[in-house]
Design a protein around this ligand. Structure first.
Ligand code: BMA
Length: 322
């Protein structure tokens, strides 16, 4: 059950109906505050409603004064299609030193890669780095640590983990957001009480007086439980949202983790869509009044929002068992 500290906005904040170009699935957005307004870059898989085959994927821009009502720019702002790159998706936004950095996943003909780009105007993007496959779900910290950029990432070690899809959250740092190294394990999927599959980073972390607060996605799979969705093969993975607290100075060290999901799929728009019961957090905005806005993709179909008090989220993060 979703924790009582969470207050959902009564309806999704963005759907295909708000988008002035071909759009079907509007989800897994990166959301932040940049240059005095709320900024959202969303993933758009376009095709026919109800049909699980899509014509393409691009990323669109929406801006807002209140984080609830959004204006969508007239054209998509990011589309990576080359002879090698099939598509870019799942953007995450982090302002650092006055510039806006965007992490994203790229499906290529030789595996899935994580990209990092920077922009000043949300029109021109300079791609700084592309990881080796298979890796994605990168999110940058909003501050540097000793002059170094820091990020979470989520490699998918299919041979080395002893079972399929036991994927974990990792840390890396970089002097320039181009060359990444110093990788360290942050959290193993086996450390999350309600996970029997994979975990991954979600929204970029925010600083609190107790350490860095981050939201993660956590997957549980049950092949005897067929979830709602458009796909012809049964969809059996549930994606929930967990909370994690990290050391303020050594942010690869977990100092607290929620014992159960903070948000789990319950409303119609979370339970039903292209892939029902998928919640994917991509934005955590500190409102400066002790509360946060949490943005998450719901059912791989719409973008939803909830609010919570920072202290309540932090209080859910209990020390990991020794
Ligand atoms: C993951 C990613 C996400 C998506 C999720 C559920 O592997 O592709 O973008 O939300 O699956 O379909």
């Amino acid at each position: 059950m979703t924790h009582s500290i969470i207050h959902r906005h009564p309806a999704p904040v963005l759907t295909y109906k708000d988008v002035p170009y071909p759009a079907t699935l509007i989800f897994n957005a990166g959301v932040t505050k940049f240059a005095g307004r709320y900024v959202m870059v969303f993933r758009n898989d376009y095709g026919q409603w109800g049909v699980p085959k899509f014509a393409g994927t691009n990323m669109g821009l929406a801006t807002s004064d209140d984080g609830i009502h959004w204006n969508v720019a007239p054209k998509p702002i990011f589309d990576l299609k080359t002879s090698e790159y099939r598509r870019a998706y799942d953007p995450r936004l982090t302002p650092i030193d006055g510039r806006l950095y965007m992490c994203f996943a790229v499906d290529t003909h030789h595996g899935i890669r994580g990209g990092v780009a920077v922009t000043d105007d949300l029109e021109h993007f300079d791609i700084l780095s592309m990881s080796a496959p298979d890796n994605r779900n990168m999110v940058l910290f909003p501050e540097k640590f000793g002059e170094k950029f820091a990020r979470f990432e989520r490699p998918f070690p299919i041979y080395g983990r002893g079972k399929s899809e036991a994927f974990d959250i990792w840390y890396a740092d970089s002097p320039d957001a181009k060359y990444w190294g110093n990788q360290q394990l942050v959290l193993g999927s086996e450390q999350v009480a309600w996970c029997n599959n994979k975990i991954g980073p979600g929204a970029p972390p925010i600083r609190t007086k107790h350490g860095w607060l981050a939201l993660i996605h956590v997957v549980d799979k049950d092949d005897n439980r067929v979830l709602k969705g458009w796909e012809s093969r049964p969809w059996t993975k549930r994606y929930t949202i967990g909370a994690m607290l990290l050391d303020a100075d050594e942010p690869w060290k977990v100092i607290g983790l929620s014992r159960r999901p903070v948000i789990e799929p319950e409303t119609d728009y979370e339970l039903d869509g292209f892939r029902g019961s998928v919640l994917f957090p991509g934005g955590l905005i500190n409102e400066g009044d002790g509360t946060v806005k949490i943005y998450y993709g719901a059912a791989d179909t719409v973008e939803a929002m909830a609010t919570a008090k920072i202290d309540d989220l932090v209080a859910l993060c209990e020390p990991l068992p020794a």
